[in-house]
Design a protein around this ligand. Sequence first.
Ligand SMILES: [Zn+2]
Length: 498
Amino acid sequence: MQPRSLLRSAFLCVGTLLTLVAQVAHADLLIEKVTVVSPEQAKPQPNRYVLVRNGRIAAIGDQRLAVPAGTARIDGRGKFLTPGLMDSHVHVSDAAGLPHISSDPAIAELRQAYFRQQPRSYLYFGVTQLLDPANLPEGIAAFEAQPRHPDLFRCGAAPALDGYPTVFVEDKALRYRLMPYVFEPANAQSHPLPAGEDANAHTPEAVVAQIAASGARCVKLFIEDGFGDRSDWPILSVATMKRIAAAAHQRGLLVMAHANALDMQRIALAVPVDVLAHGLWNWNEWADKPGVPAAIATHLQAVHRANIGYQPTFRVMYGTADLFREDTLKDPAYAKVVPPAVLSWYATEDGQWFKRQMRADSKDASDMQMMHWQIQVADHGMRAARYLYDLGHPLLLGSDTPSAPTYGNQPGYDTYREMRQMAQDGIPLAAVFQAATINNARQFRLDKDYGTVAVGKVANLLLLNANPLETVRAWSLIDKVVLHGEVIERETLRATAK
Ligand SMILES: [Zn+2]
């Protein structure tokens, strides 16, 4: 062993030790006289006593509950205790609105400020579990290096060679290094294997093995042949995706698919995948029809029958529309979740780069027109989600933050806005609550540890000032966040807090 790696492993051991110490350092905690609101309960449970030990819920009872001496106490009178929220579609390696690649040190500094605040912003809005379906190892490491962060789970991306999303990376050497791509023999003519590459390393089975070895719990497929007028990006054949799904299931991994157009979601159903990472908002030839046309209804019924997880991801469209609104950066919530230097930069000429690019791609349409198009597409997604809900389909909360390089998607705040959008779509508050907690926990096989307020579960909890079954605003009226038993005052998580 080289001295340098010896040093590094010594350092790692110290790190592990410190983490252990930090975990046992939290005293036992009693939240007393609180109203427990848990998604599996038909109604709130008033005047409960919840005891937390070693980062988990140890007991729940009434005033007779045995409490060890020295237990810290929180008065829960007038407050509501819920499980922490899970957002099952976020990208922690992407800094909203900031360029990915830049040689400018000022941009690098802004990116660092963004990544330092990011986990705090999620916690600020009560998001204590995240699933990141497509990421870069550096982004994951940077996220987990922050002193306090939500529990992070992830998928590994398996894009087609030269397909979405790596198609945006113009430097081909970088494109091929970024994610373990799958070589599609059916596309060999138009997208041959790059010179010097070994085909055996890019089979469905090899790519799934690589993803499984990285510690991911799911594989993400991309069924996307182009945005807007484009439809020339290569996608994998159903036969290849079936092999990916078989290899993934054999290793206990789920399969999630990016697909938001009717023709693309039909392919996802033919595989079939376990989770659709987006709502159905591109209705192809049915786009101008009112209500829910028969072809759309038939497809959604098939999604329901096949028991496929469904993330409406309304914020993808609204977060893009927000780029074209004048007041977006003046939203008071932005000052809470965006570092001041990043917020000021968004307002500069440079900070408007993605807005300019989108406008240029749309023949210099007016801001109002740009916004209108996005909202029109979002409206399809709203109708589809509502239709699925009415069928009795359990929805999953996933905001897709950030879905594009738009500053219209911000960590934590967008999770909240996704929930608000669900409520505005007529989805009852109890179902919005389930989407954010128990449904996500069950779908991603995390319900042993998360999703309800129950003995034995991880003590990731929220103390709210309002009842979330009465108003969706309760999710922004957070008093305290409990993370593995540690009590965090919400306002200490603000972007401007010292
Ligand atoms: Zn995404």
